[in-house]
Design a protein around this ligand. Structure first.
Ligand code: ARG
Length: 459
């Protein structure tokens, strides 16, 4: 079969070489973007007088039919036609005849593929932002129900200080907010049209790049044709923002997995988001959280492979750049899917409030309270730390907790202790009082919920 670019070739192509070079198995995902780009291009060719109105009408008619067939999944691609761009051009020519060959006037596959990727990344970024927003809403809803649910806060995965469960959940809302803003910011750079840059040097035809940019919803055009066809920074930014999102989700996954274990026993996942074991009848496994944690690896992998692929490329387009696609496509599916799974998982999880709060009765996470108590009564904090450390050691020897110590034990440690110490070390009381800005005190958490609600409502 003859190639669309076959003029200067004398040997027949070999099927296995074609197969190695082809991107059609994966870039068919860009079919809609490619046709939309072509429609805008051909319309511009007519307004600038490069082709006639009649020619445009015929080509546009053909493109609309292809669009329809693509939506119905009826287009048959050929590996010999290498990629989505050449496949569609061939199908168009078969449909409308030689006039279809005018479509590619003043255009190259290099600006065409860059355009398709811009359109694709823009759409996926917007989807990702709305999926983040949904997950944030679900986290806020859970947080609203658990302002006064006390549970252990950890550092080094050792019990540290009791916190409000809402405060913990809200930490993820703010992490996701940064993710949202990162994506939003990246849209500025996605929102620039490379179309009309030709292969690398622009074109002699009197094209109007602003017209196609506007028709396709771009805010601007690339200033330099060589930069336009060789830039994949916007894909890198998408993969990089995605990597941070997955890192965040992976941390939350780890927590969900720990919390749903018998050892922690803080939550139970809804049946919909858990699986059983083929051999152990008692099992309820947090597979979805584990999978999200696991899938983080492939997203990082796509970022690393694109960074590495681009690093040695001379200007302008190089075929290496065809390798930008699979990682980007996979990342979009992985991250959007993970965000959706998380929204469902968080929304339906059962929070074991009793177990959470009773676990704070059996630990030393109120020790800072005791040290602060002494410091508030005038003892230098460093000294207070030492006194309480000794009390904790005493408890460990005795097999009890700080609340179990008698007044005489307290007073032999320091005369500053009086009866009110028992109230101070109550975890609920301890959390309630931490109302420094951004702290876990109930009042402060209620303020934070209002703030989060406002931030989400603005979107
Ligand atoms: N399939 C190619 C890609 O994905 C399209 C651009 C090809 N351009 C070229 N001059 N070979 O990058």
């Amino acid at each position: 079969m003859t190639k669309l670019w076959g003029g200067r070739f004398t040997k027949e192509a070999q099927a296995w070489v074609d197969a190695f070079g082809a991107s059609i198995p994966f870039d068919q995902k860009l079919v809609i973007e490619d046709i939309e780009g072509s429609k805008a291009h051909v319309e511009m060719l007519a307004t600038t007088g490069v082709i006639t109105e009649e020619e445009q009408a015929e080509i546009t008619q053909g493109l609309n039919e292809l669009l329809q067939e693509a939506a119905e999944g009826k287009l048959a691609y050929k590996v010999e036609n290498e990629d989505i761009h050449l496949n569609l051009e061939q199908l168009l020519i078969e449909k409308v005849g030689p006039v279809g060959g005018k479509l590619h006037t003043g255009r190259s596959r290099n600006d065409q593929v860059a355009l398709d990727m811009h359109l694709y990344i823009k759409k996926q970024t917007e989807d990702m932002m709305s999926n983040i927003h949904r997950l944030q809403q679900v986290l806020v809803e859970q947080a609203e129900a658990h302002v006064e649910t006390i549970f252990p806060g950890y550092t080094h995965l050792q019990r540290a200080q009791p916190v409000s469960f809402a405060h913990h959940l809200l930490a993820y809302v703010w992490m996701l907010e940064r993710d949202y803003q990162r994506l939003n910011d990246s849209l500025k750079r996605v929102n620039v049209s490379p179309l009309g840059s030709g292969a690398l040097a622009g074109t002699t035809f009197p094209i109007d790049r602003k017209q196609t940019a506007e028709a396709l919803g771009f805010a601007d055009v690339y200033a330099n044709s060589m930069d336009a066809v060789s830039d994949r920074d916007f894909v890198l930014e998408f993969l990089s923002a995605s990597s941070v999102i997955m890192m965040h989700l992976s941390r939350l996954s780890e927590e969900m997995i720990l919390w749903s274990s018998e050892e922690f026993n803080f939550i139970e996942l809804d049946d919909t988001f858990a699986t059983g074991s083929s051999i152990m009848p008692q099992k309820k496994n947090p597979d979805m959280a584990e999978l999200v944690r696991g899938k983080t690896g492939r997203v990082y992998g796509s970022l690393m492979s694109l960074l590495t692929m681009l690093k040695g490329l001379p200007l302008a387009y190089n075929k290496d750049m065809q390798e930008d696609k699979e990682g980007a496509f996979d990342t979009a599916v992985t991250v959007n899917g993970s965000l959706q799974i998380f929204a469902g998982m968080i929304e339906t999880m059962h929070v074991k409030t009793e177990q959470m709060s009773s676990s704070t009765q059996q630990d030393f996470s109120n020790a800072t309270e005791v040290a602060d108590y002494l410091a508030a009564k005038g003892m230098p904090f460093r000294e207070a730390h030492e006194v309480v450390g000794k009390l904790v050691l005493h408890c460990i020897h005795e097999g009890c907790y700080l609340k179990d110590l008698s007044m005489s034990v307290y007073q032999s440690a320091s005369e500053l202790f009086s009866e009110d110490i028992y109230e101070v070390i109550d975890p609920h009381f301890a959390v309630a009082r931490r109302n420094s800005e951004g702290g876990t005190g109930f009042q402060e958490v209620r303020e934070a919920l209002k703030l989060a609600g406002n931030v989400l409502a603005e979107k």
